[in-house]
Write a protein that binds this ligand. Structure first.
Ligand SMILES: [Zn+2]
Length: 208
């Protein structure tokens, strides 16, 4: 049993459902918690699905965004309290401290308390290297950038774009490009990032 499953069972009691793909708990009739256990890349951490928080409550920083799906729960893993098409968050939990914060988040959610902020933690030294890191480009330097692109965001963009330049398909000299430039208010969101090669990035820079 994985560490995440162990901790969730300790805090939420016995799972309500176990399959080859998921272990699910029903923390409250309308609050399902689903731990995905069939993911191929365990280095990415444990994937825990929870309902989207109520309006005005913070979304954990470790939540992955899915452009075009508006955070809808994957139809693959329906569960009591987290049904098909239910607005949901996929949390990528990679460190022990993120796991603790996630548990506090779920318990506060269950008890209708104000939700704590779940911060994205730097990877613990003993945790495995994230998937594809060997061929992930360094983040492009820009003097105007105030915050680095979170690694979870980099991984999602890299996977969405298939590790290729979105303009010319090359795998050479790639960098993360802000579609709306940072200095024009573009953010570090998955939606605003794309993979570009050095050449296409330069020609885009010239157009701007
Ligand atoms: Zn290119």
């Amino acid at each position: 049993m994985s560490r995440a499953a162990e901790v969730l069972t300790k805090e939420l009691g016995s799972p309500s459902r176990e399959t080859v793909k998921v272990i699910a708990w029903n923390a409250r009739p309308d609050l399902g918690v689903v731990l995905q256990i069939d993911q191929p890349n365990r280095e990415q951490g444990a994937f825990i699905w929870v309902p989207y928080p109520p309006d005005g409550q913070p979304v954990p920083e470790i939540a992955l965004e899915y452009p075009g799906e508006s955070g809808r729960h994957s139809n693959t893993y329906p569960s009591p309290g987290l049904g098909r098409g239910f607005p949901a968050l996929k949390l990528a939990v990679k460190t022990e401290s993120e796991l603790e914060d996630t548990i506090s988040f779920i318990k506060a959610f269950r008890d209708s308390m104000p939700l704590p902020v779940v911060k994205l933690q730097p990877a613990e030294p003993q945790s495995p290297v994230p998937v594809d890191v060997s061929c992930m480009p360094p983040v492009k330097e820009q003097p105007t950038r105030r915050e680095a692109i979170p690694r979870a965001v980099q991984r999602e963009v890299w996977q969405r774009d298939g590790g290729r330049c979105v303009e010319c398909d090359t795998r050479e000299k790639l960098c993360f490009d802000h579609i709306v430039p940072f200095f024009r208010g573009g953010s570090n969101s998955i939606r605003n990032l794309q993979l570009l090669c050095e050449r296409c990035n330069l020609s885009k820079g010239n157009r701007i």
